[in-house]
Ligand binder design. Structure first.
Ligand code: TYD
Ligand code: MG
Length: 457
């Protein structure tokens, strides 16, 4: 029942509103992001209703010690990796957003969870028909799904009815970009629809103490499509990432009001759904027999998990005037920084060379301890000298070519030892205490050049 309508221009990057069209968003500074939207200035919108309800509430400050904690027991999702990222399971009343590029496997992940969970799940899909969901479910978990209720619906206003009909313990909404509410005139996926629908979901989750998992798509820049307010409104934001042409997927915690965001979950996409990867090192070390130049092994940590990952570099003479630099799974700006350090501080002439870098498994690693192994792979490729097998490295490289200490060295060392590595090269200043029983030889280097001497001498 929209009463009055007006036209506003909304930035599709940050959600800023303006009464006039502008070429550049005054809030986030992005160009060509302002879109026309019709919004109703109706007081019955969920956002304003929530604000009204809050005003009527008797709100008073109380001593923290007298606050009673509501039930925050977590329920398991029957998926070890998902539980790990959520901080142990789902908290009642939590609104959880899972973001990721189209086709990365978000629907597969949540449907698989819905099918294996003993508690009742309501799966609301605005993207697929119930028939399509059934076909997928049969592939993921043949014969399962007794507790999974499905409905194909895009009207968020009917969700409360669906919940009353089915009494679920968890609700899944796939996806926020396809659902809409009648109260707003703009199309599904527009900023005002996303804002309003999220407010409705938030209200449902909190008022019924019912966890809701929301799926969201990511735009080409890797940002969640829709305004930043979406991320602010929900309790938990998880990002599902990976290279669609590779098998491995990482689920990363971006925000968590109920736990830390340090953990990551690793999955492998199989013909019958996603498999939890409990031991990531084994998949990230390809079975190369040694003797090839340009390959090094990094003792990395992502989240709280140590794993060994193979890094590959290829240095070749530039075919064109401007050398190319490309990096898969690693920040290309950081690669450029490493190349400049190698050129200036270690004396390697690579300014006129093409440099290509690749991390195994198609995953993105943010750990700065990859600097040293990557620099070593580049030098190994440039000089065509292979790094010995059974050697791994960890170290951050500073601008003057010094090696800076990295976090959790003990864990890196014991992971390398566990996988049968003979030597690990770490920064001189790293402080740690490891048991003497380790079979791995620990070598320290203060500068890049020291590390290269240990590797290539
Ligand atoms: P999907 O969950 O539909 O992605 P999203 O919801 O993030 O858009 O997953 C899509 C891809 O996953 C699809 O391209 C095929 C692949 N896939 C498998 O490889 N194995 C499977 O068992 C399933 C269900 C999907
Ligand atoms: Mg999907």
């Amino acid at each position: 029942m929209p009463s009055k309508q007006k036209i506003v221009y909304v930035c599709n990057e940050c959600g800023a509103e303006s009464p006039k069209w502008l070429g550049r968003c005054p809030q986030c500074g992005e160009w060509n992001t302002m879109q026309e939207e019709t919004v109703s200035v109706d007081k019955s919108s969920a956002v304003s209703r929530m604000a009204q309800a809050a005003l009527l509430h008797d709100v008073r400050a109380v001593p923290l010690t007298s606050v009673e904690v509501k039930d925050t027991r977590r329920s398991s999702t029957a998926n070890g990796e998902l539980d790990r990222v959520l901080g142990g399971g789902i908290v009642p009343g939590a609104l959880i957003l899972i973001g990721g590029e189209p086709g990365i496997g978000k629907s597969t992940l949540v449907l698989q969870m819905a099918l294996t969970l003993p508690s009742r799940v309501l799966y609301v899909s605005g993207e697929e028909s119930v028939g399509q969901i059934k076909v997928r479910a049969d592939r993921l978990c043949p014969g399962g799904g007794d507790n999974c209720m499905v409905v194909s619906d895009t009207m968020i206003d009917r969700l409360a009815q669906h919940i009353d009909d089915t009494h679920p313990e968890i609700v899944v909404v796939d996806s926020i970009q396809t659902v809409q509410t009648e109260r707003i005139d703009s199309l599904p996926g527009s900023i005002s629809q996303i804002k309003e629908c999220t407010a409705v979901l938030m209200h449902l989750a909190k008022s019924r103490n019912l966890p809701i998992i929301l799926i969201g798509h990511i735009n080409k820049d890797g940002q969640l499509a829709g305004p930043k307010v979406l991320e602010h409104m929900v309790d938990v934001v998880l990002q599902f990432e990976g290279d669609r042409n590779h098998l491995y997927r990482i689920l990363r915690g971006i925000k968590n009001r109920f736990g830390s965001t340090n953990e990551i979950g690793i999955f492998e996409m199989m013909g019958c759904g996603l498999r939890e990867v409990v031991n990531p090192s084994e998949m990230l070390l390809s079975a190369y027999a040694g003797g090839l130049s340009g390959i090094s092994v990094a003792a990395a940590i992502e989240g709280l998990r140590p794993f060994l990952i193979e890094t590959q570099a290829l240095v070749s003479t530039a075919a064109y005037g401007t050398p190319q630099r490309s990096a898969m799974g690693f920040d290309v700006r950081r690669l450029n920084m490493l190349l400049a350090v190698l050129e200036k501080r270690a004396g390697f002439k690579i300014a006129s060379k093409d440099v290509f870098l690749n991390l195994a498994g198609g995953i993105k690693v943010q750990d700065t301890a990859l600097d040293l192994p990557i620099a070593a792979a580049i030098i190994s490729s440039g000089t065509d000298i292979a790094i010995q097998q059974g050697v791994c490295l960890a170290g951050e490289v500073g601008l003057s070519g010094e090696l800076r200490p990295v976090s959790r060295v003990e864990q890196r060392i014991s992971e390398a030892a566990k996988l049968g590595f003979r030597r690990i090269i770490i920064p001189e200043q790293s402080r740690f205490a490891v048991s003497d029983k380790l079979t791995i030889q620990i070598e320290r280097a203060a500068q890049l050049s020291d590390a290269f001497r240990l590797l290539f001498a």
